[in-house]
Write a protein that binds this ligand. Structure first.
Ligand code: PLP
Length: 404
């Protein structure tokens, strides 16, 4: 567990907290960036800017080396088997769209794709579009009254027609950790591929893709202290090898004639065009930052914050917390009787507290639970118990104002 002093030292590495009194509890949307990441990006543009995989001058070689260094580091971070299994995209959204597009030929009429009821729109719409285009069925794993996946129903949904299951590691609405291992085992018995949307798990839970045995694992750098606009797609080599190019252009070919193109192998085949080089360099530094701490320790610390938050908020009259079970991590969603979540979010904002309000890009689950929205607080490594106390006091002041 981190000591108070350790958290203070970590927090000092985030310039956004230096000169302003803000409480940032919107980490599920995006995390703040440490000096290392910001400085590396500035230094890159100021000293080394150039394109990758094209120009053989020293600047070009520097950028290309940085890109491949980041790829190697991501391979180690995820415990992937091969470096070619790491593909750079623009974010989780693009990664899922890439897999959906490349899976087009995997599906035939009346095949099934399975998602859960709790997915982010990014992990719903690409499958909806694909299943409509292929005349396939999109099946949905329901959740129980605690927001957890109903695995008994999953066992009934999955058949030999199931080609792919796409599921979040941690839900972005309620922070529930899904039971992936059992799900992946069941899916593989039916020869179905499994894609894990790791957006809310990355930098909060230890990820070992070989141990999980998932076929794909996707996430965005901006949710793990890195810059926006950079996504990471892990896919098993033997599956990605069979994928057709998802977009076509420079950097992904062996030979082009006006009649025919011979494509490069992995990873370049799936990375057409100039990538987000500064984003990749920033991601490398975010991994360095994370490498200073153990993810297990981060998880324990964030769990402590969450437990503390649940405990103090539970005493408030008229509060409904979604949920309080043991499968939660770093996200707390709630509502208060007689006050609109959006209005409360605005009042908290007046106290310098940043929370997220609304449906959190997950309308299907919110509609199912008959919720117009919730207030969501989400933690990261730099948040503190003191901030949670200030949050509680500010919340009470907001409620006093509403109840005048
Ligand atoms: N999936 C989940 C679970 C998310 O929480 C998010 C973003 O909040 C996304 C996908 C989309 O991520 P991005 O906007 O970085 O592509």
């Amino acid at each position: 567990m981190f000591s108070y002093e350790e958290i203070k030292t970590i927090r000092k590495q985030f310039p956004i907290f230096k000169n302003q009194n803000i409480i940032y509890f919107d980490n599920a949307a995006t995390t703040q960036k440490p000096f290392q990441v910001i400085n590396a990006i500035t230094k890159y543009y100021g000293n080394f800017n150039s394109n990758v995989n094209r120009s053989f001058h020293f600047l070009g070689q520097f950028s290309t080396n940085c890109l491949e260094l980041s790829r190697n580091k991501l391979k180690a971070f995820l415990n992937a088997k091969y470096r070619e299994e790491i593909i750079f995209t623009s974010g989780t959204t693009e990664s899922i769209n890439l897999i959906a597009c490349c899976s087009y030929n995997l599906l035939t009429k009346y095949d099934d794709i399975i998602i859960s009821h709790s997915e982010h729109h990014s992990n719903i719409i690409p499958w909806q579009v694909l299943s409509q285009n292929k005349n396939a069925n999109l099946k949905v794993i329901p959740v129980n009254s605690e927001g957890e996946l109903n695995l008994i129903i999953l066992k009934k949904l999955i058949t030999k027609k199931t080609k792919l299951i796409s599921i979040s590691h941690v839900t972005n609405t309620f922070g529930i950790i899904n039971p992936l291992k059992g799900l992946i085992k069941t899916a593989h018995k039916y020869n179905s591929l499994v894609l894990i949307d790791g957006s809310q798990a990355i930098s909060h839970l230890t990820i070992d893709v070989q141990n999980l045995a998932c076929d794909f694992y996707v996430f965005s750098s901006h949710k793990m202290y890195g810059p926006p606009g950079l996504g990471i797609l892990y896919g098993k080599k033997q599956i990605l090898d069979k994928f057709p190019p998802y977009k076509c252009g420079g950097g992904m070919i062996e030979k082009v004639t006006l009649k025919k193109t011979i494509f490069s192998g992995l990873p370049f085949k799936l990375e057409a065009g100039t990538p987000n080089i500064a984003g990749i360099i920033g991601t490398n530094k975010a991994l360095n930052f994370l490498g200073n701490y153990s993810i297990r320790k981060i998880k324990t610390y964030e769990k402590k914050l969450l437990k503390y938050a649940i405990n103090i908020l539970s005493n408030i009259k008229g509060i409904k917390i979604y949920y309080k079970n043991s499968k939660l991590t770093k996200i707390l969603s709630f509502n208060l009787e007689n006050i609109n979540y959006f209005d409360l979010g605005k009042l908290l904002n007046n106290h310098g507290i940043a929370v997220r309000t609304g449906k959190h890009c997950a309308q299907p689950i919110m509609d199912y639970l008959k919720l117009n929205g919730t207030i969501r607080i989400s933690f990261a490594i730099y948040n503190t118990i003191e901030e949670m106390d200030i949050f509680y006091n500010s919340l009470m002041k907001c409620l006093d104002l509403v109840n005048l």
